[in-house]
Write a protein that binds this ligand. Structure first.
Ligand code: SAM
Ligand code: SF4
Length: 328
């Protein structure tokens, strides 16, 4: 069985949210006061996470597992979860998206447990702006976390940046220079309507085209062919080894080639970030469903995946859960 939808797309890349909690409060993701967290009893246990990923890997063709959240490093026993996932056969590629603030402490153990790669989110190089964007004074920790991840040999080390108009939209070139100097691969992500305040404004969004124009004023960018299912358009920089990516989730959606499926921290399958439907695996699992039954439910959930997110359409409705609760 594979996770094939009615349009023939096959999901092989599973994003697993380990928690909806976070130690930062990025304005486009979470309100400053935090959110009503999921009740503990609704969060999948370690055994349940490992079981569902095992089903995905052994029965449903998933070959890449990305841990996310919320902030995955605030999940208790994260290193142990990574080790158990790395023991699965066939062994999936294991990566994690993190704000990086805990990597100085955790990167060596995560690497030893089997984590292959990290993406670290970093939107600014200025302390005052980091504080304004995340409501926490942790820029130094995030930067040191990146260095710690690179020092373990995890490769490539990627950096995700969201530009917010009037806050950090003048930092595209400086972020790229900083990443190139350190061997990190930078990707800009257009801000999407997934903020809990529902204050996203299409007109105010910094577009991929705008980001490229800002970069081109300082660098020579050449488009790399062969985007495949990767969401980022990739460019070489000044003819060197480095690349920069722009993920135009809103203005250049990659839905037609999407190979992703998501599992929320409370055990719901989502076929898309913007899906308004979820398929509950936790309740049947706790009621005694066997692996074959859970795999069949999962496959059915993906079959109904929509053609696209429709952000630009008149009928678009923002999903009820914000990004931090879906798993970015
Ligand atoms: N806490 C981790 C982190 O920040 O990397 C993992 C979860 S976070 C939700 C995953 C990614 O989603 C981050 O790179 C973050 O910048 C991005 N993100 C969050 N809200 C977003 C939004 N409204 N639009 C675009 N990207 C967003
Ligand atoms: Fe936390 Fe990541 Fe959301 Fe920022 S983007 S609030 S670090 S979950």
């Amino acid at each position: 069985m594979s996770l094939r939808d009615s349009l023939g797309r096959v999901a092989t890349d599973l994003r697993v949210s380990l928690t909806d909690r976070c130690n930062l409060r990025c304005s486009y993701c979470m309100p400053a006061e935090g959110l009503a967290w999921l009740p503990r009893e609704e969060i999948l246990t370690d055994d349940e996470v490992v079981r569902l990923v095992r089903i995905a890997v052994t029965r449903l063709g998933v070959n890449e597992v990305r841990l996310t959240g919320g902030e995955p490093t605030v999940r208790p026993r994260l290193v142990d979860i990574v080790a158990r996932l790395a023991d699965l056969r066939p062994r999936p590629q294991l990566s994690m998206t993190t704000n990086g603030t805990s990597l100085v402490r955790m990167a060596p153990a995560l690497r030893a447990a089997g984590l292959d790669r990290v993406n670290v989110s970093l939107d600014t190089l200025r302390n005052d702006r980091y504080l304004a964007l995340t409501h926490r004074d942790r820029l130094g920790d995030a930067q040191a976390g990146l260095a710690a991840a690179a020092a373990t040999g995890m490769a490539p080390v990627k950096v995700n940046a969201v530009l917010v108009r009037g806050v950090n939209d003048d930092e595209a070139a400086s972020l790229l220079r900083w990443c190139l100097q350190r061997g990190y691969f930078l990707r800009f992500i257009e801000q999407m309507p997934l903020d809990p305040q529902h204050s996203w404004d299409r007109g105010a969004m910094v577009t991929g085209a705008e980001i490229l124009a800002r970069l081109r004023s300082e660098f020579t960018l050449s488009l790399l062919p062969g985007r495949g299912s990767a969401p980022a358009e990739l460019f070489t920089v000044d003819g060197g080894w480095g690349t920069v990516g722009v993920i135009g989730s809103v203005t250049a959606p990659f839905c037609a080639a999407c190979d992703r499926v998501r599992l929320t921290a409370d055990g719901q399958v989502r076929s898309c970030l913007f899906a308004r439907e979820e398929t509950d695996l936790r309740t049947p699992m706790r009621a005694g469903a066997d692996d074959a039954q859970l795999a069949a439910l999962w496959a059915r959930a993906v079959r109904g995946k929509r053609a696209g997110h429709g952000i630009d359409g008149p009928a678009f409705v923002q999903p009820a859960r914000p990004m931090s609760a879906i798993g970015g």
